[in-house]
Design a protein around this ligand. Structure first.
Ligand SMILES: Cc1cc2nc3c(=O)[nH]c(=O)nc-3n(C[C@H](O)[C@H](O)[C@H](O)COP(=O)(O)OP(=O)(O)OC[C@H]3O[C@@H](n4cnc5c(N)ncnc54)[C@H](O)[C@@H]3O)c2cc1C
Length: 390
């Protein structure tokens, strides 16, 4: 017997489970297909920050920053076990590209976009406090700014959002690999492989949230869909032995002046990230030796006493729109693509931020509304509490 769903979602990364939560909260029946494990891909390999993205102000992505800061506020309220405010420090040296006045302007704008609440405050630390900063190099140091953003465990957050979706009735099939979709008789017939056999279900809407595999999914959709014009950009992190007691440090890599974070993490100091073009099988993404060296050198430049032999390292893939601008300046909004004319009820969601998953899911549901029957909503996602799975 073929099961019928309102919404079938491919991928249980943060975007897929976010859509599942929003769809279930709106009263729809939902099936999520995940081929490996919940959050095993990009959604467990991020920098684990719930933030507005201070640096996106440089590329004038004000709408994205404002939306992300609003989502940060909701997550701080709804998921206090999973998302917590952390002090961030930006040291400014004689050689630093961004001058103190620029940071003051940027942080003021960031506070304004964050609604000027208590978490939006920033200040310049007096010199007398510099020596308390986890061994930060004070040679040539001119100023240290402290502001606040939030940190999470990305995989646990994803699992918590999925649990919330399941509490509202969403179903998960895992491991279950999407194989094909065919538009017929006003719905999608979807084939997937699960528990060693092929299955079929029907969905009024199909959401492709397959992360770095979104174009692989599109290849198996009839009517034939053009691939999205996106690039995969690898980002690596290393964990160095040691401990940061005072919070997160936001520094400029000496090699190319890109922003790099050093973050406290249960296993040590998490340092990231890099931006390297990626061509190949997304399931095989690994940190490159040059990325590991770049991150370790950056950490040692600012914390001379830090040990530079990583205890672990990991890499994930950003899905970014193809763009003439360098990687650093490409838009970081979530890409929601689909054509009602050629593929009714099919949307592809990729890129964007972990932070904005809920706002993205709302936009997806708004675009699918005309395709789905009227239902009584069960909840509003902005009020749903999220709790950490054990
Ligand atoms: C290096 C790096 C650092 C980042 N740091 C931050 C940060 O600090 N803060 C922030 O807000 N954002 C950050 N991001 C962005 C954020 O991590 C991503 O936007 C987000 O995790 C993407 O989630 P996703 O659900 O789209 O993709 P994924 O997490 O990759 O999930 C896609 C899922 O689809 C599944 N799938 C694929 N094909 C199939 C199929 N055929 N059948 C069934 N399932 C399938 C995969 O197994 C996978 O689980 C970072 C990203 C990177 C790469």
């Amino acid at each position: 017997m073929t099961s019928n769903y309102d919404v079938v979602v491919v991928g249980a990364g943060i975007q897929g489970v976010g859509v599942a939560q929003a769809a279930a909260a709106s009263g729809y029946s939902v099936l999520v297909l995940e081929k490996r494990a919940v959050a095993w891909a990009t959604s467990s390999r991020s920098s684990k920050l719930i933030h507005g993205g201070l640096r996106y102000l440089e590329s004038a992505q004000f709408r994205l920053v404002r939306e992300s800061l609003r989502e940060r506020a909701l997550l701080l309220r709804n998921a206090p076990d999973l998302v917590r405010l952390v002090p961030f420090h930006i040291p400014v040296y004689r050689h630093t590209k961004r001058r103190p006045w620029q940071l003051r302007v940027g942080l003021s704008l960031y506070a304004l976009l964050g609604g000027l609440d208590a978490s939006a405050r920033f200040r310049m630390l007096p010199r007398s406090q510099w020596r308390e900063l986890d061994g930060l190099d004070t040679n040539g140091l001119q100023a240290v700014f402290r502001y606040y953003d939030a940190q999470t465990d990305d995989a646990r957050l994803t699992a918590a959002v999925l649990r919330s979706a399941q509490n509202l009735g969403a179903q998960l099939a895992c491991p279950a690999e999407f194989r094909a979709a065919l538009w017929e008789r006003d719905a999608w017939t979807i084939r997937y492989h699960h528990a060693e056999r092929d299955h079929e279900c029907r969905g009024r809407a199909l959401v492709n949230a397959a992360g770095p595999w979104v174009n692989d999914v599109l290849k198996h959709v009839v009517p034939v869909q053009p691939p999205l014009a996106v690039d995969l950009i690898q980002g690596a992190h290393v964990v160095l032995p040691g401990k940061l007691e005072r919070g997160i440090y936001y520094v400029e890599a000496p090699q190319d002046r890109r922003a790099v974070f050093l973050m406290p993490w249960p296993e040590g100091v998490l340092v990231g990230t890099t931006e390297s073009p990626f061509h190949g099988d997304p399931s095989k993404v690994e940190p490159l030796p040059s990325e590991i060296a770049y991150l370790a050198e950056t950490a040692q430049r600012y914390f001379p006493a830090i040990a530079t032999q990583p205890t672990s390292a990991f890499a994930g893939l950003r899905v970014l729109p193809q763009h003439a601008a360098g990687v650093f300046h490409r838009p970081r909004d979530t890409h929601i693509a689909g054509s009602e004319r050629t593929a009714p009820g099919l949307l592809t969601v990729c890129g964007g931020k972990l932070t904005g998953y809920r706002a993205t899911a709302d936009k997806v549901m708004a675009r699918l509304a005309a395709r789905l029957p009227a239902h009584t909503p069960r909840a509003q996602t902005e009020h749903l509490k999220l709790s950490a799975p054990n």
